[in-house]
Design a protein around this ligand. Sequence first.
Ligand SMILES: Nc1nc2c(ncn2[C@@H]2O[C@H](COP(=O)(O)OP(=O)(O)O)[C@@H](O)[C@H]2O)c(=O)[nH]1
Ligand SMILES: [Mg+2]
Length: 210
Amino acid sequence: MKKILHRVIGSSSSSSDDIDCGFQDIPPVDFTTPTTQETVDFKNSVAKYKIIIVGDSGVGKTSLIESFKNKNFQLHTSPTMGVDFSVRDLKLDNGDTVNLRIFDSAGQSIFREILKPDVQGVVVVYDITDSSSFDSCAKWIETAREHSPENVKISLTGNKSDLDSSREVTYYQGRDFAEQRDVNFTEVSAKTIANVDKLFVELVKRIHIK
Ligand SMILES: Nc1nc2c(ncn2[C@@H]2O[C@H](COP(=O)(O)OP(=O)(O)O)[C@@H](O)[C@H]2O)c(=O)[nH]1
Ligand SMILES: [Mg+2]
């Protein structure tokens, strides 16, 4: 069966009533395809997963999601209010297609509400040029573990790797901290898109391939 794809982007909301909005009926699309409209076959969609992006304000959470979704960087100047979500289908190299709902949260209380009971992945983001955002990650990881199912997969992510000359957190600090907390680690740049696909694909593989 063939259908036209429409990318689905959730709207901002400050109400937790709007958070559990259900899946959008969209067909899967190979995430490497940069076009916004195309014909795709959606009979092979095998799983639906919920992923949440958290971290201090300004670390680049919204930018990361935009980069992953659109494969380009759009300047974000306005802070996220409440929760945004995006829906994206991802084709894995074993041929499975998974449907992702990616939630972009602002604020701890909302974050706790979205986590339970059905989140499968959490991306904890800091800004490599801002050590205080790195210091906050212990708290974000702790909150994620406390309020989500036991088998949740967590990725620690240092964003803005393009700003290496202003770096305050070394790669090794990030990697060692992730090892101590038993979470995955990647450095990415929402701006250059470096490692952004890798981050999401690896997280989804850990969720999907049990
Ligand atoms: N140089 C650079 N700037 C970035 C990157 N990601 C985000 N930014 C900028 O950092 C600021 C905060 O980004 P935003 O996505 O709104 O952060 P959020 O509050 O975590 O959602 C914006 O000015 C972005 O343009 C990146 O990878 N590199
Ligand atoms: Mg934001």
